[in-house]
Design a protein around this ligand. Structure first.
Ligand code: HAM
Length: 438
């Protein structure tokens, strides 16, 4: 049997894991779309692959994605090196430059959704080789107000997904001068004891020392416990900027925690950096990462354009939703299931299903069923009502309509089926509302 590639998965009409079930995807994407588009964020869908240099330039030579060779690259027939996107930011900024979007009213706000590819060494729950992101970028302003808006939109999307146990961790990696000062400080402190660090941290110390702080290795954590955090060494301007962001967030009642140790896995961040974590989902608790990346548009060949953005991993958000008890039941529950009880009825129910589907969700059996089996099929489909058709019904020009929850049954003329079904579904809706409101 040919199986799907390790670290990838199929999204089925329904499944136990929410990220493998279609209704959950609609829930998250609808929440994102509603919140973001109300704030004037337009959707952009770039291609899934780009010239590889888009990403080597965006994420940076010392980012894990490049260092650990996590990018899926290929050479096409023309000898061009292409890459499946390991993130959206590079693609979105490439498109922003290519389409001259800097001439549009500032800020330009863009969001995207779709698959992202990283060749993870050890794929596991929450760490896939093909995963999905909802990504948002706000380009053109360097005002802390925009940072606060980006974080607020993220918070609102996650809340709209039904998440409760989330924590926004806010920090700053300072300006490029601060970054290199902090990196020199770490080299000074850790250089003499580098042999004691894990292999990954030794590489990071060489290429991007700040990333050593992100090590999951317990030995590393002990060695770095007493060191100064990036926030302690940033410039007054960067501190001032961060204070501005905090003031807006407090004013808008968006909860956050300042995390002096926040460092991000991508090289482009300047000043504001943030993550959202969930208290319940363990090792892969980072649902979202983001920050300011002033200078990146220029690095990709565009005009001077500050920017800030974020992306969340949809699968991780779904895992957190499961943890927070969010229901993923889809809209797939049919209104009506038609049961043909003889051969002639098979074509009859199929025809009436085609008509009724203009208004209702309708399924039917494809061969004759005795009433007991037919009703069991109807129940299994999750339908509210079953309608049975056999020779007795044919003679009288009716269907036998059965409420599958109450067992009530009535005879309905064929021509009135849509009308009666509408009334019955409305009554059912009312009864359910009464039940919920007590
Ligand atoms: P990132 O932190 O690399 O940032 O990824 C964002 C989110 O994607 C993570 O917080 C996580 O939820 C999810 N994620 C990352 N790797 C995996 C994986 N292997 N499996 C499942 N989920 C994963 C970025 O991608 C930046 N481009 C975000 C950004 C946009 N910054 C500014 N603008």
């Amino acid at each position: 049997m040919i199986r799907s590639v390790k670290g990838t998965f199929d999204i089925l009409p329904d499944a136990k894991n929410p990220w493998e079930a279609q209704p959950a995807w609609e829930k998250v994407y609808c929440a994102a779309q509603e919140v973001l588009e109300r704030a004037g964020v337009g959707e952009i869908t770039p291609p899934v692959f780009e010239h590889a240099e888009v990403f080597t330039k965006s994420v940076g030579e010392s980012a894990d994605i490049v260092v650990q060779k996590e990018m899926y690259t290929l050479t096409d027939a023309g000898g061009r090196t292409l890459a499946l996107r390991p993130e959206f930011t590079g693609s979105v900024l490439r498109a922003y430059i290519e389409h001259g979007m800097h001439t549009r009213p500032t800020p330009v706000k863009l969001w995207s959704r779709g698959p992202v590819f990283r060749a993870e060494r050890q794929p596991q729950r929450g760490r896939f080789r093909q995963f999905h992101q909802v990504n948002c970028e706000i380009l053109g302003l360097d005002n802390p107000l925009v940072d606060a808006e980006a974080i607020t939109l993220l918070y609102q999307v996650l809340k709209a997904c039904g998440l409760k146990e989330i924590v926004v961790k806010l920090g700053s990696v300072g300006d490029p001068g601060d970054l290199s000062r902090y990196n020199s400080y770490l080299r000074e402190q850790l250089g003499p004891i580098q042999d004691k660090l894990s292999e990954t941290s030794q590489t990071r110390l060489r290429l991007n020392p700040m990333r050593v702080l992100d090590s999951k290795d317990e030995g590393d954590q002990k060695l770095i416990a007493g060191l100064k955090r990036p926030l302690e060494l940033i410039s007054d301007e960067a501190k001032h900027h961060l204070e501005g962001v905090q003031r807006f967030l407090r004013d808008w009642e968006v909860p956050f925690e300042v995390d002096p140790a926040i460092v991000r896995g991508l090289d482009y961040y300047r000043r504001t950096a943030f993550e959202v974590h969930h208290r319940g989902i363990g090792a892969q608790s980072a649902l979202c990462g983001g920050g300011r990346y002033d200078g990146l548009v220029e690095r990709l060949g565009g005009p001077v354009t500050p920017g800030i953005g974020w992306a969340f991993g949809v699968e991780r958000v779904m895992d957190a939703m499961l943890e927070d008890g969010v229901s993923f039941s889809g809209s797939a529950q049919p209104d009506l299931f038609l049961v043909p009880m003889d051969d002639d009825a098979v074509a009859e129910v199929a025809r009436i299903a085609t008509v009724l589907r203009a208004t209702f969700a309708v399924q039917h059996a494809y061969s004759k069923r005795n009433p007991g089996k037919g009703l069991r099929d109807a129940e299994r489909s999750g339908a509210h009502f079953a309608a049975l058709r056999g020779d007795r019904e044919r003679d009288r020009g009716v269907y036998t309509l059965k409420n599958l929850a109450s067992g009530e049954q009535l005879e309905v003329p064929e021509t009135d089926l849509a009308l009666v079904l509408t009334a019955q579904l409305e009554a059912l809706g009312r009864a359910q509302t009464d039940l919920v409101s007590g």
